[in-house]
Design a protein around this ligand. Structure first.
Ligand SMILES: *[C@@H]1O[C@H](CO)[C@@H](O)[C@H](O)[C@H]1NC(C)=O
Ligand SMILES: *[C@@H]1O[C@H](CO)[C@@H](O)[C@H](O)[C@H]1NC(C)=O
Ligand SMILES: *[C@@H]1O[C@H](CO)[C@@H](O)[C@H](O)[C@H]1NC(C)=O
Ligand SMILES: *[C@@H]1O[C@H](CO)[C@@H](O)[C@H](O)[C@H]1NC(C)=O
Ligand SMILES: *[C@@H]1O[C@H](CO)[C@@H](O)[C@H](O)[C@H]1NC(C)=O
Ligand SMILES: *[C@@H]1O[C@H](CO)[C@@H](O)[C@H](O)[C@H]1NC(C)=O
Length: 482
């Protein structure tokens, strides 16, 4: 359904409609985020009797709940509202799978490296924010992220393209011959964050290797465009040049973590500012975020409709890890948050969010998890530009106005806000890790076997089962329904 005008929502719903947010006020941002979060949770039933924790209803793919939990951990982090914490914990722990690596057997038919990666990044965020730890007999956030990192490292494939991760984990899933930026971006982002969190250089080395590989085949070019992926059957010689917000965000945030880990190296600083400069040209229209590859043509699918949520989150986190980016990022966050809120004027409640934020306040008539999650992502991310005393770290600061020098001005400082700085295992992080989690666990998943399994025979036997197709990143993903 699509409603094609700009007067309808205001006329029909009156002046109480929409989520108005004053991005200079932490109270206003909290209230706006709370409204958007409530709307998002109306799509989730995993906490209801008889439902499966951690699953959004079909046709949502499994990964999207991981993305939603990531967004809800940020929600708690930025607003302090604990309403959804137990539902998030329950869902994440339910989906870890028997090997404690986010590979539940039920999801084998759709799970790619990126799908697993989104759940792992949610776990990593939980560790970095000291999200309440699971009971000791349950998998722990940090160890879950390490398990996925270790498995991805074991899947690094040098048989084609000089390296890289394939999109898919399993040869029988469509896309096994595609090496893409999001799968490799998940690995890069996890490596960068694990390096910063644990101080273990091995993680940083892997992250560097991923970046170098992406650059070597042209998936990241010298202008910091980040392209979708390439087919490995032709040795990645031809690139799918679609650009998505989440690819820019995942590399930006990973680079910001390595910039921070290396205590401000020029190498990673240049990469952070390079991606940021290019992103602000490609993914913003008059200061408002846009998923330009599909939004202009009104053909974003269910997955793509959620990408702006993650881009928002990673932009916000980048300002914390590389504070000199705040002067560029803060205005983009505030103008996008205002615009996103204004078009959240659909539905009976007058606060349902559509997808297009560039409409000049008009609700575009669409609803969904992605729409709602993207709006929540940008609204809560605006919190990072509120000046807060605790933001300066290290040593005793004389004054209390040093704060966030990158703020766009006019905001009142909120001394009650925490610094939002992600913790590490030497600065208060409490999540228990396991450097050898994942494949090396007794009875753990045998990843090597998959790397060498021949694809076509298995694919043939699965393809008889009935297929639902959906486009992610310009390529086809198949869901085999049994
Ligand atoms: C599930 O979570 C939603 C959102 O917090 C809440 O409104 C609902 O009451 C919960 N349902 C159950 C059965 O706990
Ligand atoms: C897997 O599917 C079965 C059957 O529908 C269900 O009982 C179980 O809870 C599911 N487990 C997960 C982790 O989704
Ligand atoms: C495939 O690409 C890699 C990386 O660019 C290159 O090193 C390798 O020589 C290529 N292989 C073939 C067979 O062209
Ligand atoms: C932090 O993690 C590293 C790498 O796993 C480990 O060597 C170190 O002992 C940890 N430090 C603390 C304080 O737990
Ligand atoms: C690393 O992150 C911390 C926490 O946000 C910040 O205070 C510090 O300035 C950052 N380091 C660099 C080199 O920017
Ligand atoms: C660092 O990480 C690597 C890769 O996971 C692991 O093999 C190694 O044991 C870790 N070192 C420490 C000190 O934890």
């Amino acid at each position: 359904m699509r409603i094609q005008n700009s007067w309808w929502p205001a006329l029909l719903l009156g002046s109480t409609a929409a989520i108005t947010v004053d991005p200079t006020s932490s109270a206003s941002i909290k209230s706006a985020a709370s409204t958007a979060a409530h709307g998002l949770l109306t799509f989730y039933h995993g906490n209801e009797t008889g439902q499966i924790p951690g699953l959004l209803p079909p046709p949502h793919f499994w990964w999207e709940t991981g993305g939603m939990f990531m967004t809800l951990i940020d929600y708690w982090r930025y607003t302090g509202d604990t309403t959804y914490n137990s539902l998030v914990s329950e869902g994440m722990l339910f989906q870890t799978g028997p090997e404690e690596d986010f590979m539940p057997p039920n999801q084998t038919k759709t799970e790619g490296n990126d799908d697993q990666g989104f759940w792992a990044m949610a776990a990593m965020l939980a560790a970095e924010t000291n999200f309440p730890n699971p009971p000791p007999d349950q998998p722990q956030w940090l160890a879950l992220a390490q398990a996925v990192f270790n498995e991805m490292a074991s899947r690094w494939d040098e048989t084609t393209c000089g390296g890289g991760l394939k999109w898919q984990i399993f040869p029988f899933n469509n896309g096994f011959n595609y090496k893409n930026s999001i799968a490799n971006g998940c690995f890069f982002n996890l490596g960068a964050r694990l390096a910063r969190y644990t101080g273990n250089q091995t993680y940083a080395n892997w992250a560097t290797r991923v970046w170098d590989w992406e650059a070597s085949i042209g998936l990241i070019d010298t202008d910091f465009n980040i392209y979708d992926g390439a087919t490995d059957t032709t040795n990645c010689t031809s690139i799918d040049r679609l650009q998505w917000t989440y690819n820019a965000g995942i590399y930006l945030h990973g680079a910001a973590n390595l910039f921070n880990f290396t205590e401000g190296s020029t190498l990673w600083g240049d990469r952070v500012s390079g991606i940021l400069k290019r992103s602000s040209e490609v993914f913003f229209k008059d200061g408002v975020m846009i998923e330009q590859a599909c939004e202009n043509g009104n053909n974003c699918n269910i997955d793509q409709s959620s990408f702006k949520a993650f881009f928002s989150s990673w932009l916000a986190s980048t300002t914390i890890l590389a504070p000199s980016t705040a002067s560029t990022i803060a205005p983009l966050l505030t103008s996008s948050a205002k615009a996103a809120g204004l078009q959240c004027s659909g539905g009976a409640d007058g606060t349902t969010c559509g997808f297009k934020w560039t409409t000049g306040a008009a609700y575009d008539g669409t609803t969904g998890v992605g729409q709602q999650m993207s709006a929540l992502g940008i609204l809560q991310s605006a919190m990072v530009q509120i000046p807060r005393k605790a933001v300066s770290t290290g040593g005793s600061t004389g004054g209390n106005s040093g704060g966030n020098t990158g703020s766009s001005g006019g905001s009142s400082e909120d001394d009650s806000l925490p610094s939002f700085a992600p913790v590490t295992n030497t600065t208060g992080g409490t999540s228990v890790g396991d450097a050898s989690a994942g494949i090396s666990k007794p009875g753990g998943y045998e990843v090597k076997e998959i790397k060498t399994t021949m694809k076509d025979t298995i694919a043939a036997s699965f393809l008889t089962v009935g297929i639902v197709g959906s486009v992610i990143g310009g390529s086809i993903i198949m869901v085999l329904e049994s």
